[in-house]
Design a protein around this ligand. Structure first.
Ligand SMILES: Cc1cc2nc3c(=O)[nH]c(=O)nc-3n(C[C@H](O)[C@H](O)[C@H](O)COP(=O)(O)O)c2cc1C
Length: 222
């Protein structure tokens, strides 16, 4: 698979089959993803791969918590600015319309949206997941390093025929994740990632992107 194909075939998959994922393959992907760039080569990511019994246990604890309406764990970082300005507000609105529209859920039906959201903590049925932590004293440049690393992981997963969904939703229950992976002191959970084989019978909406001219400016020429 060439890089363009890996990039364009990657999407956030929210329905996986229960076909197991080989830990050897995940090891190969994560070893290769370590070649992702990072400022001064700090490699600030700390990754935990969870499969089998520990993942089943985590899914059970997390989904039970969320279904019971437990309060979220104290936030370790702000996921979005409290007041999203234009054009981000409109893009987020557009995303919600597309996402819930594809599930046949009205945007105003909060209960149905919450029911759909709970699948996050079941890792969308995936048989594997990873959790990406960073030291709490790292700054914005190191957080951007995490993004490059995680995208590298997701592209390599495509090359292995695997799909993924990055999920900040796991940060909302970081204490439950911590019970399973036991991160050392000082690490905070940026996000989880569900990993597996996409269930091709499920809806696979593709989310639109802003036109290139809206996000990118070319100066000079040829
Ligand atoms: C850092 C990060 C966190 C995300 N968190 C979630 C999440 O918690 N739940 C979810 O369903 N999707 C999550 N997504 C997926 C985005 O919604 C998705 O990437 C975006 O809508 C674009 O769609 P696409 O990836 O299918 O092209 C996350 C993506 C990123 C990069």
């Amino acid at each position: 698979m060439d890089v363009y194909e890996a990039v364009t075939s990657r999407r956030a998959v929210r329905a996986f089959t229960d076909r197991p994922v080989s830990v050897d393959v995940l090891r190969r992907v994560l070893a290769a993803a370590a070649w992702a760039p990072s400022g001064s080569n700090l490699q600030p990511w700390h990754t935990f791969v969870v499969t089998g019994g520990p993942l089943r246990h985590l899914k059970k604890l997390a989904t039970e918590r969320v279904a019971a309406g437990d309060a979220w764990d104290e936030a370790q970082y702000e996921m979005y600015p409290s007041a999203l300005k234009s054009p981000y507000r409109e893009r987020r609105h557009d995303f919600a319309e597309q996402r819930y529209g594809s599930l046949g859920i009205a945007r105003t039906d909060l209960e149905a949206r919450q029911r759909a959201a709970i699948a996050n903590w079941d890792a969308f049925g995936a048989p594997a997941a990873l959790f990406c932590y960073v030291d709490s004293d790292m700054g914005r440049p190191q957080w951007s390093d995490l993004g490059m690393y995680l995208q590298t992981v997701m592209l390599l997963l495509r090359a292995e025929g695997l799909d993924s969904c990055p999920q900040m939703a796991w940060a909302k229950v970081h204490e439950t994740v911590g019970q399973i992976v036991e991160p050392r002191r000082g690490l905070i959970l940026f996000c989880g990632m569900s990993i597996g084989f996409a269930d091709l019978t499920a809806d696979a909406a593709r989310f639109r992107r802003a036109p290139l001219e809206e996000t990118t400016t070319f100066l000079g020429g040829s």
